[in-house]
Design a protein around this ligand. Structure first.
Ligand code: UD1
Length: 421
């Protein structure tokens, strides 16, 4: 086990480059199940990417990795995702749609609970059933099969689930006939997945809107694609400058996908200047002021930036009201931020933040991926030393975060943790 030791109060200066998107890489890697072959570049070096590659290998795909690139080739496939790997990463459920569409059967462990909420997969299953899949839950596994090919269907999602939309979109590319997904999620990662699928000859329209139409194909050719930059990592750098202060140019910054986040940080008084469509300069020249956010499906404020924004608001002037509408239990970081001196009142799905002059370093524990990012961000701006435990959560989704921050002048070290858990 490792931890971060952060000596707060150092301003950030210089240039930093955003890595490829985790949440785009994972579904696209699973899309290789549909095509049998993939050549993916701008892939970040992260634990979740490694877990996805392990899972593909476990199922019988040959996976080769070099820095920033993953190639996949189909071998003798067993369409099964075991508990041990799904437990490590919930996104493994994204194997289900592609396995069913390609091999007519799949056995995928049910993901189970997680720290930020219940996160059921009922909408994934309902959609696949509508496409003709027979699905049963047996011994903790989703066991699914279809007689012949999946059939195109008209599916209306009860909620614009990101993973559900991705699973159904992938399954539809090899289904017989036309599939319409209504109330689809509009996240940019879905647009990137559609782009990758189109590189393999899939016929998709409407990605990025709430109605996606797919004309199924008999087979697809290899995927060749470069992953979009990670908008959440980019937003995390904004929040790091918001707490630590400084003047940073962020390269490969996906401005067009971060509108609400940019607007909210600007409202709070952070200076964000677009130097080009893929480069911004972010400067903090005054204390930020309290700003409210409500998380929403895209294009609303992303739930994956809620924790980092809260960290920035802890020392802003005045009150901020932070409302979480996507996940029911996504305030674990708030309790840790309180330990650093934040003045927070948690009421149901809302946290009222009263900005304090500064946070003070403390030992804090990461509970999930974005919570750990918020604690790092808070530590950068805090007085004295902050120690962040259980950073394996952070390693699931950020590529070399401490190295990137160090290059900007932060004092942050990864050291062995004295705690065994
Ligand atoms: C994805 C992202 C995650 C992000 C989330 C919301 C990946 C790998 N993960 O997760 O980082 O925080 O989108 O933007 O891309 N729901 C149901 N039934 C379902 C599916 C979802 O009730 O069948 C509910 C969930 O419990 C949750 C909400 O819908 O409350 C959103 O979940 P969803 O959009 O599916 O998120 P993920 O795809 O799991």
């Amino acid at each position: 086990m490792e931890k971060f030791v952060i000596k707060g109060g150092r301003e950030l200066h210089g240039r930093v480059k955003v890595s490829g998107s985790k949440n785009a890489s994972l579904p696209i890697l699973f899309a290789s199940i549909l095509t049998g072959e993939l050549d993916l570049s701008n892939v970040p070096a992260l634990m979740d990417v490694a877990t996805t590659c392990d899972l593909l290998e476990h199922m019988g795909f040959a996976v080769s990795r070099e820095p920033g690139r993953v190639k996949v080739k189909e071998g003798e496939v067993t369409p099964e995702a075991p508990y041990e790997l799904v437990k490590k990463m919930r996104a493994s459920i994204l194997a289900l749609g592609p396995l069913l569409a390609r091999f007519g059967r799949a056995k995928v462990s049910l993901p189970g609970g997680c720290a930020i909420g219940l996160r059921p997969v009922d909408l994934h299953l309902k959609g696949l059933s509508k496409m003709g899949a027979e699905i049963e839950i047996s011994h903790g596994y989703i066991v699914a099969s279809v007689n012949g090919r999946l059939k195109g269907a008209d599916i209306t999602l009860d909620f614009p689930t990101v993973g559900g939309t991705e699973n159904l979109l992938m399954a539809a590319t090899l289904a017989e006939g036309r599939t319409v997904i209504r109330n689809a999620a509009k996240e940019p990662e879905i647009v990137d997945l559609a782009k990758a699928l189109k590189s393999a000859g899939a016929h998709i329209e409407g990605e990025g809107t709430d109605v996606i139409v797919v004309e199924g194909e008999g087979e697809l050719s290899p995927i060749v694609h470069s992953v979009m930059p990670d908008r959440i990592e980019a937003g995390t750098f904004l929040s790091a400058v918001a707490t630590a202060g400084g003047d940073v140019v962020i390269e490969d910054f996906p401005s067009e996908t971060l509108g609400t986040v940019i607007d909210k940080f600007k409202e709070a008084g952070l200076e964000i200047e677009e130097l080009s469509p893929s480069e911004v300069r972010v400067r903090k020249r005054q204390r930020l002021k309290g700003t409210d956010i409500t998380t929403q499906p895209y294009p609303g404020f992303p739930t994956d930036m809620q924790a980092q924004f809260m960290a920035a608001m802890c020392t802003a002037d005045g009150v901020s009201v932070i409302k979480e509408t996507i996940f029911e239990n996504r305030f674990m970081h708030a309790l840790e931020l309180q330990r650093m001196g934040a003045d927070l009142k948690i009421e149901g799905n809302t946290v009222v933040v009263k900005g304090v002059e500064r946070l003070t370093g403390a030992k804090v524990t990461a509970t999930d991926l974005r919570a750990s990012a918020s604690l790092v961000v808070a530590g950068l701006g805090a007085e004295n030393t902050t120690e962040v435990y259980r950073i394996y959560h952070l390693d699931r989704g950020y590529e070399r975060l401490e190295e990137k921050l160090k290059a900007l002048g932060a004092e942050i070290e990864r050291v062995p943790s004295e705690l065994k858990y």
